[in-house]
Every structure is written in C-alpha cells, then in structure tokens.
Design a protein around this ligand. Sequence first.
Ligand SMILES: Cc1cc2nc3c(=O)[nH]c(=O)nc-3n(C[C@H](O)[C@H](O)[C@H](O)COP(=O)(O)OP(=O)(O)OC[C@H]3O[C@@H](n4cnc5c(N)ncnc54)[C@H](O)[C@@H]3O)c2cc1C
Length: 390
Amino acid sequence: MHKVVILGARFGGSATAYWLHNLFRRRHLDITVVDQWTMMTYRPALVTAAAAHPRLADNWHIAMQRRCEQAGQRFVRDSIFRIDPQKQQVHLASHPPLPYDTLFVATGSDPGWQTIPGLGADSGGVCEDYLARQTGDHVQRPFRSIAFAIGPLAQAPQDRPRVSGSLDLPAFEVSFLLDAWLRKQGRRSGVTMTVVTPAPVPGEAFGPKSSAFLLRELSRRHIDLITNARYARVESGAIHFADRKPLYAEKMMWVPPYHGSKLLRVSGLDDGYGWFPADQYGVHREWPNIYGVGDVSSTALPKLGHIAMMQARTAVHHFYALQRHGTPTPFRPYVLHVVWLGRGKGMLTMSNWLYGGGRELMHVGVSSALAKAAFDYGYKVFSGWMPVMP
Ligand SMILES: Cc1cc2nc3c(=O)[nH]c(=O)nc-3n(C[C@H](O)[C@H](O)[C@H](O)COP(=O)(O)OP(=O)(O)OC[C@H]3O[C@@H](n4cnc5c(N)ncnc54)[C@H](O)[C@@H]3O)c2cc1C
C-alpha cells in the first residue's frame, strides 16, 4: 500500500487528512498523521481569550487524534526531529523512523522571538493557548497602556507577493475586543492602546477598502497606530525602534516574527530562509513526493488558516491527479477573513488584491460576525472535517 505521512495536525494537516480520506478508498493508502499534540488549539478563537476572557481558551481544543482514527488513519503523537528525503523517512523523538512514499508537511512557522533582542514569549502573546490565557489574565488587572505589536515576516527576497508583518489581524482583533470590554467596564478612558505593525497600512493583505475601514475604526476608538515599524530591541515596558522614539507600554501583546521552520532547516528542505519552496501545486521544488501546506509554505501568503485549507485541497488533488493520470488545478489564492470588531460586529473581506487581482469585497456588520461564529463553531463540531470545505 502507498504510505502517506502528514506532519502537523492543525489547519493544513487536518485538511490534508480530510481530502485524502475524501478522495481515496481506504485500501489504497496507508495514512499516518504526526503531531506533538493530540488536540488542536483553534487559534482564531484565542483572540477572545486574550481580550480579558482567558477561560474561553478551554473551549477551543479539538480532538484531532480521534478525528483521524475514526477515519481509519493512524495518529502518532511525537516530536518530529528531521525529515530524510533520500531515505524517505521521518525521524521522531520516541518512535522508530517513519517511512513514507509521499509526505505532506504542514508544521507551520516557528515563532521567531529570538530575532528581536529582548523579545520573548514572556513579553506577552496570543498565538498559543498559554500566551492568550496569560494576556487575558493580565488585562483584567488595572493597567494604563498596552501595545499590540506585530513581528515581521522573514520572506525570501525573491518571494512574491511581499507581506511585511507575520500576521497583523489578531493584533487588531484583540485591540478592538479589548477596547469594547474596557468600555463596558468603564476603564477605557484611563488606558492608552497602540497597535504597532511593520506594514504600511492595517490589513495589508486585504486591499484599500478594508485598510481604510480599519484606519477609521482605530481612529474612532482612539487606538493609536504605528506603521512601518522597524524593531531594534524590546525591554520590559518599552519597544525600541531603529528610526523613531521608543514606545512605552506597561503591557504588551505580540504576534511574534515568523521566520520559517527549524524542521525544514535541519532537514535541508527549506528555501534558505526557513520556508518550504513550493510550486503552484504545493510540490517541493526538488522532491516531487513532498508537499508543503499552510504557514510553512513560501506560497502561503498571508499566513491564514483559510489559505492552509485551500493549499491542502490543491496538494491532495494534485496527488490524486498523479495517481489517476488526471490534470491537476494549480493553487489560486484569495483571502477570506472576518476581523472581530467587538459588540457583535465583524469586518468580512474577500479579496484577491494581494495577488494583483484587483477585487475586494468588504462588509461590516452583525452578519459578518455571525458568519465567523458559524465557521468557528462548524470547525469545532466537525473537528475540522466540515461538510463544505474551502
Ligand atoms: C491568534 C491567531 C488568530 C488567527 N485567526 C485566524 C482567523 O481568524 N482566520 C484564519 O484563516 N487564520 C487565522 N489565524 C492563522 C491560522 O491560525 C494559521 O494560519 C494556521 O494555524 C496555520 O495552520 P498550519 O496547519 O499551516 O500550521 P500550524 O497551525 O502552525 O500547525 C502546525 C502543527 O504542526 C505541529 N508541529 C510543528 N512542528 C512540530 C514538530 N517538530 N513535531 C511535532 N509536531 C509539530 C504543531 O504542534 C501544530 O499542531 C490566526 C492565527 C493566530 C495566531
């Protein structure tokens, strides 16, 4: 039987497992999924935990091991050390090397805390359960200033399109949600809030309409914005920049710099900058039996779960087409995202503007927030294998 191994079981890995299950008969493939966690942390929900509701994080752990095993796939819980593309093996911490015929890598980007002097997970964060919880807990206590800072994205110089920030949207979402919560508590007037981004505009991957709305919304809520940030160093209570005065903030919440994957680097599979060098089907440029899906891929821009799901679909359909001598369809990205605004509202953007397409649909209102809530709930109920997949 053809051995397929999937590394990573969040947005990209889970959608890959879904499509393999959906397209192939069970007897054709021997599928193994590997992750260090049996439960997926659903990161889009962490922004609500960071905005003063730390316990909400408990609601957003999804049983991926159970989901895969119910479908007859093997799930190995272990740390992945190295991929050996010559021997077609994956080296794990506590299991024997895992052989594969075809490999799907969906292990995401490592946080690049160490790439800015003084920055660390203890500076404050939102991207993992424990960080969102910690931020949510801290902001419940009295404070006078907070910075929501976005780290840079370390792309390879030749990569297109260009995106400056690792992921800007969670920082804007937490600022809006926290603004709404502080107002409700009657505490907002005593707190200075600042979003700091390396990008020239908020919502840099969305397009001009969404950016203009975000700018207006920040201004309306008296949330300050620093754009084109070039970080020099961070210390407790201050962010120092290369070309402007420091920002002093009692509390911080960082979306850390994204600088690719250590696993790819040690395996000699990266593009020289830590990213998976993928073609338009997600295939590795040197190893045709290795696919890259989601945040780990150089072509996943911006780094969103929705993009990871679309890439999984493209990659598995390419693999399927190869087996059946069919014609695969290349990855045609578009951004589909809802930014939580607080008070039951959201900003929905559907756009191909980043890829030179010139189309951007933007809608602000309760219906946008409901659409996001429905997606999140559906993802949880169906453990990522939804009846309709992007
Ligand atoms: C706070 C926040 C809010 C977000 N909100 C949204 C949103 O609203 N909409 C949206 O579309 N996207 C959102 N995103 C982005 C989205 O979460 C990511 O794009 C998505 O998680 C990428 O999925 P992935 O599968 O590529 O990688 P990851 O989510 O990084 O998953 C990688 C998996 O691989 C495993 N892994 C990695 N290395 C190893 C190893 N060495 N050994 C074993 N296991 C390993 C990890 O445990 C993990 O389970 C948000 C992100 C954050 C941080």
